[in-house]
Design a protein around this ligand. Structure first.
Ligand code: UDP
Ligand code: MG
Length: 316
């Protein structure tokens, strides 16, 4: 079995060589079991020496394939490029910063041999800040109520995919890619095991609070139109309330005559309703924005340098 390791790399010059050493070790251990390995590294427009490191690695190790983007296109695009350029019967997607322990690869391969199409590594949250753990828990509870696919806390992009899963994921050509959801959407027999997340070896995480919030929103919106549905129901509910309230006011006016006060009611109604309208417009806007990006049909990434012969991705 040929196993491809796919790793997106963004400004990972400090850790990349060490990462490659570690996976090479695993490759040596897997060789006697009849498994070959190739390494597909995607340089996501790094601003440091990542590309130079990759070129050196490719010179030393003929199993190294690298693809370098013309600029930073984001991890999702890098993952897609990696999957497109991987030729393995199984593909293992993992981060290049050694937060996904390479020694787990053997376990994944063993589980793959038992027939699972997706072997998913689930990180435990031990050692995380309490606030992070709680927000994550809250987020997943909310999201799972709203989206069709099941998203699990701690499950990320560290997983093994069989060839048919890779082909299925590649057949999903949408521009807004939310991998967690795409992998879940594809399905096929899957199994999950837990591991303890390691601290980043070097470099820094490219996430900040804003990025996380936007990512969370993407997860909510990229899988169905339930937020639109929710907006519709909210509107219907408000309309009903308004109808009842109007009937009551008109009734009261008929019985008691018109009494002028009502400042508080009016201000409350105006501000609350305009707030709700703005939110609904925002929801519609989000979907329209997504349609806009899809319709443009731009490529997910542009390749600047690669040692892979198939350069069809220059113009996808
Ligand atoms: N990454 C990428 N493009 C980006 C940001 C990150 O390819 O724009 C890669 C990065 O090199 C790493 C992985 O995605 O291999 C995870 O990134 P990071 O460690 O910053 O995220 P975290 O582990 O904090 O979730
Ligand atoms: Mg990381």
């Amino acid at each position: 079995m040929l196993i491809s390791i796919v790793a997106p790399c963004y400004n990972e010059e400090d850790v990349l060589a060490r990462f490659h050493e570690e996976v090479q070790k695993v490759a040596e251990e897997l060789l006697p079991l009849g498994h070959d390995m190739e390494f597909v590294y995607v340089d996501d427009g790094s601003r440091d020496r990542t590309l130079a490191v990759l070129e050196d690695l490719a010179d030393l190790d003929s199993r190294v394939r690298y693809v370098s983007f013309s600029r930073n296109f984001g991890k999702e695009a890098a993952l897609l490029a990696g999957l497109r350029h991987a030729s393995g019967d199984s593909v293992i997607v993992m981060d290049a910063d050694l937060q996904h322990p390479p020694e787990l690869i053997k376990r994944m391969v063993a589980l793959r041999e038992q027939g699972h199409d997706q072997v998913i590594a689930k990180r435990t949250r031990t050692g995380d800040r309490l606030t992070r753990t709680l927000t994550a828990r809250l987020y997943y509870r909310l999201v799972n109520r709203l989206v069709d696919v099941e998203l699990v806390d701690g499950v990320g992009d560290f997983r093994l995919l069989s060839r048919r899963v890779v082909d299925a994921v590649l057949a999903l050509t949408e521009y807004n890619r939310f991998s967690k959801g795409l992998f879940a959407w594809v399905g096929f027999p899957s199994t999950t095991f837990e591991y303890q997340n390691a601290a980043r070896e070097a470099g820094r995480s490219s996430w900040n609070l804003r990025g996380l919030l936007n990512y969370g929103l993407d997860g909510l919106l990229s899988f169905n139109n339930r937020p639109l549905r929710a907006a519709l129901w909210l509107g219907v509910g408000l309309l009903l309330c308004a109808g009842l309230y109007t009937a009551w006011i008109v009734g009261a006016a008929l019985v008691n005559g018109v009494q002028t006060p009502g400042y508080v009611t009016i201000i409350t109604a105006v501000t609350a309703l305009s707030g709700v309208q703005m939110v609904m417009l925002g929801v519609i806007g989000e979907y329209t924005g997504r349609i806009y990006y899809e319709v443009k049909g731009r490529p997910h990434f542009l390749v600047k340098a690669t040692n892979v012969e198939r350069t069809k991705d220059l113009i996808p």
